[in-house]
Structure formats: structure tokens, C-alpha cells
Design a protein around this ligand. Structure first.
Ligand code: NCD
Length: 308
């Protein structure tokens, strides 16, 4: 049985196959409409979510399956003190697969170690968010036609942003990727990621000003400042509007640069940018459903490495 904890759990070859399947699901939805009939997905969300939970649920319904779950720790037995390990053992008796989001780093991993059904990490604290990364990669592959040879700028909260951490891990495995990290000093990417890039000789630079690097980017990954992970409100208020991408700034960008964002957006992308053909963040949301369909289908139907 396989789980998904990190984007590195799948090899680049396996990811390619997963993306091919997601693309086939996009083009031929009727072929898969009963492929998970009578299967149940449990969404166990101990932290707020709109896209991730609903896209998991939409994905399962499009595969002909059913969905149960909770969207708030307060409405689950966690509020009575039940451990994640106990909860997953209960869920295993009700469902065939589980997507779990938790504020504590490593909680889905703990669940997977005891679970008798596949567990998908749907975001654990500031650590990882592998299904957002699958979404990001499928979006890039579909709109750019490749996952190699580009310069990507990651902008905003690189310290707490788990989508950024997962995406960096995943992209490190593709040839000729240059990373440009754009953040205020307080929100720089964690040292362990810098060390990893150095170890692997992958080119990266860290800058504070977006305007200086915008013309060089093929992809710009914007993120919101992660309010819920700050220790004090004052720091958040000071940093929350550090970057605002607007029409004027977009004049500096390449004509075919893609703007990605895991969403939710707060102020970091002005709504006037939404009509720019380079804005890909709402398309990303749609790819998120197809890739989760492919993931659920794969984890339910295939149990070992060789058959992804
Ligand atoms: C992200 C998350 O939860 O980490 N949202 C999402 O799942 N698309 C990004 C965020 O909350 O900023």
C-alpha cells in the first residue's frame, strides 16, 4: 500500500504517468466516471481549507465514489482529546482512502504509519503540501509543455509557506531549473532547503525586490503571508503587503511568463491582473481536480511501486 507524504514519494517517471492519467481524465471524463464506484474517501481536515478539501471531494465524486469527513477539528473527536493514531484507525474501518490536513508537521505521517488505508498528506503545518505540488507541476507541464529548463521566482512567505517547500523539493529533480527566492529577510526560505540546493549544486539566488528579477522569470509563484503561523500580529501586519503584483509591474515580465499561486490570495496579486493572459492561478485550480482524481484512482487501484 502506498501513501503520499511528500512529492518525492513518486519518481519523476511515476509523476509523468500520473500527469498523463490526469490529462486523460480531463479529456475523457466519462471513461472514469464509475472507476471508484462504492469506494469512500475520508477528508479529515483539522485546519481550514476551501480548495484542497473541496477538490478532493469533487475528484472522488467525478470518479463515481463517495465522500465522508470533517472540515474542522472542533467538530471531530480531536476536541475530546483523541489522537491522530486512534482517529485514523477508526477512519480505516469506514473509508478506503483518507486525505488529511493537520496544523502539526508530521501528523499525516504518524497516521500513515498505523493506517490500513492509503493516507494522503493534504498539508501539514508549515512543512509540506504534496498535492498542491502535483497541481503546480501539472499546470506547468500543461501550459508550458515541460518541467525543465526554466527560471522560477518564488515570492512572498517562503519561510512558512508549505506549498513553496514542497515545490522546491519536487523541482530540484528536473534539469536546468534556476530558483529565484524573493522575500523579505524575515520570511526567507529555511536553511535546510538552502543547504540541499547547495549540496546538489542547483543554482539559486535570494533577493528582496521583485522588480529587479521579474524580467528574468519564466514562472512566478506568488504566495500569501501565512498569518496563522505568525507568533505576533504586529509582524504579520508589517509584512503582509510587502509584495503586490499589479498591472504596472507585469509590464516588466516576459510575454509568456506564467503567474501561479496556490490560493487563497489576499493582497499579493491585484484583481486587475486576473485578466492578464499570463495569470494561470484559476486554471491551476481546475488542474488540481484532475491531478487529485488521478492520485485517488492510482492509490486505490494500484498498490505497489511498479504499477503507478
Ligand atoms: C495553501 C495551503 O493550505 O498551504 N492553500 C492551498 O491548499 N491551496 C496555501 C495557503 O494557504 O496560503
Amino acid at each position: 500500500m502506498r501513501h503520499l507524504m511528500s512529492p518525492l514519494d513518486f519518481s519523476p517517471q511515476e509523476l509523468n504517468e500520473l500527469f498523463d492519467l490526469a490529462t486523460d481524465m480531463e479529456q475523457n471524463p466519462e471513461k472514469y466516471q464509475d472507476s471508484c464506484k462504492r469506494k469512500i474517501l475520508a477528508t479529515c481536515f483539522y485546519e481550514p481549507s476551501t480548495r484542497t478539501r473541496l477538490s478532493f471531494e469533487a475528484a472522488m465524486l467525478k470518479l463515481g465514489g463517495n465522500v465522508i469527513g470533517f472540515s474542522d477539528a472542533a467538530s471531530s473527536s480531536a476536541s475530546k482529546g483523541e489522537s491522530v493514531s486512534d482517529t485514523i484507525q477508526i477512519i480505516s474501518s469506514y473509508a478506503d482512502i483518507c486525505a488529511m490536513r493537520h496544523p502539526k508537521e508530521g501528523a499525516p505521517m504518524v497516521a500513515s504509519s498505523i493506517s490500513s488505508i492509503p493516507v494522503i498528506n493534504a498539508g501539514d503545518g508549515g512543512h509540506q503540501h504534496p498535492t498542491q505540488t502535483l497541481t503546480d507541476l501539472l499546470t506547468i507541464r500543461s501550459l508550458k509543455g515541460r518541467l525543465d529548463n526554466f527560471t522560477i521566482g518564488l515570492c512572498g512567505d517562503l519561510k512558512f509557506g508549505r506549498t513553496v517547500h514542497s515545490l522546491i523539493h519536487a523541482l530540484m529533480r528536473y534539469p536546468n531549473i534556476q530558483f529565484v527566492f524573493i522575500s523579505p529577510d524575515e520570511l526567507k526560505i529555511p536553511d535546510y532547503l538552502v543547504d540541499l540546493l547547495r549540496e546538489k549544486n542547483i543554482p539559486y539566488k535570494e533577493v528582496i525586490k521583485l522588480d529587479d528579477v521579474l524580467p528574468s522569470l519564466d514562472l512566478l509563484y506568488m504566495t500569501r503571508v501565512q498569518k496563522e503561523r505568525f507568533f505576533n500580529e504586529e509582524d504579520y501586519v508589517r509584512l503582509k503587503d510587502f509584495y503586490i503584483l499589479n498591472k504596472e509591474k507585469m509590464k516588466l515580465a516576459k510575454e509568456d511568463m506564467l503567474i501561479l499561486h496556490p490560493l487563497p490570495r489576499v493582497n499579493e496579486i491585484s484583481v486587475e491582473v486576473d485578466e492578464d493572459p499570463r495569470a494561470a492561478y484559476f486554471k491551476q485550480v481546475q488542474y488540481g481536480v484532475y491531478v487529485r482524481m488521478a492520485l485517488i484512482y492510482t492509490l486505490l487501484n494500484k498498490t505497489s511501486k511498479e504499477v503507478l
